[in-house]
Design a protein. Structure first.
Lengths: 538, 135
């Protein structure tokens, strides 16, 4: 096989689609924005969070940012959840991907690795009903989960959250050690397990793309607790790790300075159109392909399709997981240290499915200890004087837990993206959006928060406050060009082909017709592999 | 008020220590880069509060309730973050077990908080009314 594929985007979908195509013998050109972090701003290697805090006089560079980026971005704005060393994820977005909405605040990326650089590395497993609702073929995606787990390395164990996390995949790595705060919560959950399960609350270890054993030159977790700030040890999986491997293949070519804007089909294939980033003068580029595989993310691929297929002004559906952030306090932990082995990754996963509810109508989330984020982030939100906040938070921090909850999303006519013309934009257009919670989501949200506030005190955790994430804040996007068995405009065939084209495929989350309350990253990679494998067989 | 005196007043209020010179430099740069300039009314209140330590605590308590996005609270946040990211102040931010005296200090702080808020509220409301609009 020597067909030339052009893959757009080097995120989670793009690199795994490319890997599958290369393994099948194809040639691949990858077009990508390609922004990367500045190595000079990385923290020193192999140092723990506590030792850096105690000794490094330059720690403000990576904890606050050279220009105080961590302080400057108000909570709730796109990117406010990123630490300074991860801010490159959004580099160039404001300039090249114009967006305007009062009701939706998505995070987009032109970085090498895309939003995968900011991924919390949770590996959640869509159930069969989830996959069917999303319009995904169950057997192929299940097979894809196994392929991706073998490629990236996933840790998981068998417990009450297995149906949502690792599923029936083989060859997981052992789970990492939990810190003292989460261990205390989990021990109390185990002692009250029956009543918790009866009420619909499942707590267990999350499946994570974090190594506990060495793999392919990557290092196992060393509990330095710098996970939010650096990937120098390649312990957590990031798409650029795969990209670096792909670049060793002579049939792979990477162009990391291109914003793809559109495409045009002809008898010989596809002409991909775009321009070179970071030049004062816009320099147009075109690249020929036999087949084009869009992996620019649900929002990015939608922009490209709208321009290419006369979709300016057309409303495209959008799915995103609404989210809440809860701060929990474990009174029995007050005044106790967190222990030696700490990490910033999710310590526990929690799922709530009320008895008798639909198989897909559950909410899910992750539980973190508050240790490797600076106190100013919490103090900023507290309605107290800073000196008092510091005094209280310093003492309470080892008893605090952060719980991030997400809720499912279904297509709703009032929630859409629309690309409209704008002569002041470098692409000649601006993306607009309308989004609001549906009545069903609002009900689920209210019921979930009520259930957590009622049940968590029984396992020793009082919910001190909760903040609703702005629409789009979860960074989970899907459903803009949904799968359809009918040949309709702006939809995808089940094999990922864009209806109305012969050689344009979309292999990211654009096709999902439903978004369960889970991180979708593992499913994105499995689906990209599925589509690429079918393409490789054609 | 000179910036150095302002930094010292803030550091003494937040962590009970003088402000290191490098932190003061970063603070000045951040105030410029983040555009945290004051209106004349805010500047007058701020300078008075910095000169009188306890009044700074009251002003902080007031703006925490009534003017959370104003320049005063944002300047306090900048200094808080900068002090947190310095080795010599690690012991003021990272967890450490506490004795009875420290607990009593925290309790006193909590008991005085409503009083500080009462005193700080009119100052914060004036800043809200006459403050420079933040972008």
């Amino acid at each position: 096989m020597s067909e030339r594929f052009v893959v757009v985007g080097a995120g989670l979908s793009g690199v795994h689609a490319a890997q599958t195509l290369l393994e099948a013998g194809a040639s691949v050109v990858m077009l990508d924005g390609g922004a990367t972090g500045n190595p000079a701003n990385e923290p020193p290697a192999d140092r723990t969070f506590l030792s850096l805090r105690a000794e490094d006089r330059t720690q403000h560079r990576y904890f606050l940012g050279e220009h105080m980026e961590a302080v400057a971005t108000p909570a709730g704005r796109p990117g406010s959840q990123l630490t300074p060393t991860r801010r490159f994820v959004m580099e160039g977005v404001e300039r090249w991907l114009r967006f305007h909405s009062d009701s939706f605040t998505p995070m987009e990326s032109l970085a090498q690795g895309g939003l995968g650089n900011a991924w919390g590395v949770g590996c959640y497993h869509f159930s069969d009903p989830d996959l069917e609702s999303a319009g995904l073929p169950v057997a192929e995606i299940r097979d894809g989960y196994q392929v991706i787990a073998d490629r990236i390395g996933v840790q998981a164990c068998d417990d009450d959250t297995s149906p949502f996390c690792g599923g029936d995949v083989k060859g997981f790595q052992p789970v990492m050690e939990m810190d003292a705060a989460s261990s205390a919560l989990y021990a109390r959950y185990r002692s009250r397990r029956d009543s918790m399960l009866r009420s619909g609350m499942h707590v267990g270890r999350p499946a994570l793309a974090v190594l506990t054993r060495a793999k392919d030159g990557r290092h196992p977790i060393n509990y330095d607790n710098m996970d939010f700030y650096t990937d120098q040890r390649e312990t957590a999986y990031r798409p650029w790790i795969t990209l670096n491997e792909l670049r060793k293949n002579p049939r792979f070519e990477y162009r990391g300075d291109i914003v793809v804007t559109s495409f045009q089909e002809d008898n010989d294939g596809v002409e991909v159109q775009g321009f070179v980033m970071n030049r004062d003068e816009r320099e147009s580029v075109t690249v020929r392909a036999r087949k084009l595989v869009l992996c620019a993310g649900a929002i990015g691929s939608m922009r490209i399709v709208a321009r290419a297929m006369n979709g300016i002004g057309h409303p495209f559906p959008i799915l995103t997981n609404p989210c809440d952030y809860l701060l929990g306090l474990q009174p029995s932990r007050i005044g106790k240290p967190l222990g030696e082995k700490t990490s910033s990754f999710a310590q526990l996963a929690v799922f709530y499915r009320p008895p008798g509810e639909d198989a897909v109508a559950y909410s899910g989330g992750s539980i973190y200890s508050y240790q490797a984020l600076m106190l100013f982030r919490l103090a900023r939100e507290a309605p107290l004087a800073f000196a008092l906040s510091r005094d209280l938070l310093q003492y309470l921090q080892t008893s605090l837990l952060m719980i991030g909850m997400t809720y499912p999303d279904w297509p709703v006519p009032g929630n859409f993206l629309k690309l409209v013309r704008d002569d002041n934009s470098p692409t000649g257009d601006v993306l607009t959006a309308e989004y609001e919670l549906s009545a069903r989501q609002a009900m689920m949200r209210s019921r979930t928060l009520g259930a957590i506030k009622r049940s968590f005190p029984s396992i020793g955790c009082v919910i001190a406050s909760s903040v609703r994430g702005k629409n789009g804040f979860s960074s989970h996007y899907a459903g803009t060009i949904p799968y359809s068995s009918e040949e309709r405009d702006f939809t995808l065939a089940p094999d990922g082909r864009l209806h109305g084209t012969r050689a344009v495929y979309v292999a990211d989350g654009s096709g999902f017709r439903f978004l369960p309350a889970l991180g979708l990253s593992w499913t994105l990679m499995a689906n990209a592999h599925r589509i690429a494998r079918r393409l490789a067989r054609v | 008020m000179s910036t150095n005196r302002e930094c010292d007043a803030l550091a003494r209020y937040l962590v009970g220590r003088p402000c290191p010179a490098d932190v003061a430099d970063r603070y000045m740069r951040a105030v410029n880069e983040l555009n945290l300039a004051f209106s004349p009314v805010e500047a007058a209140i701020w300078n008075t509060a910095c000169a009188l330590g306890p009044l700074l605590a009251c002003l902080d308590a007031g703006v925490a309730l009534w003017n959370r996005n104003g320049a005063i609270r944002r300047r306090l946040l900048v200094m808080f973050a900068l002090l947190e990211a310095t080795p010599e102040n690690t012991d003021r931010f990272l967890f450490s077990p506490r004795g009875v005296v420290a607990h009593v200090g925290t309790l006193i702080g909590l008991l005085l908080a409503p009083i500080a808020m009462l005193i700080g509220t009119p100052l914060a409301v004036v800043c809200l009314a006459f403050g420079r609009k933040q972008g």
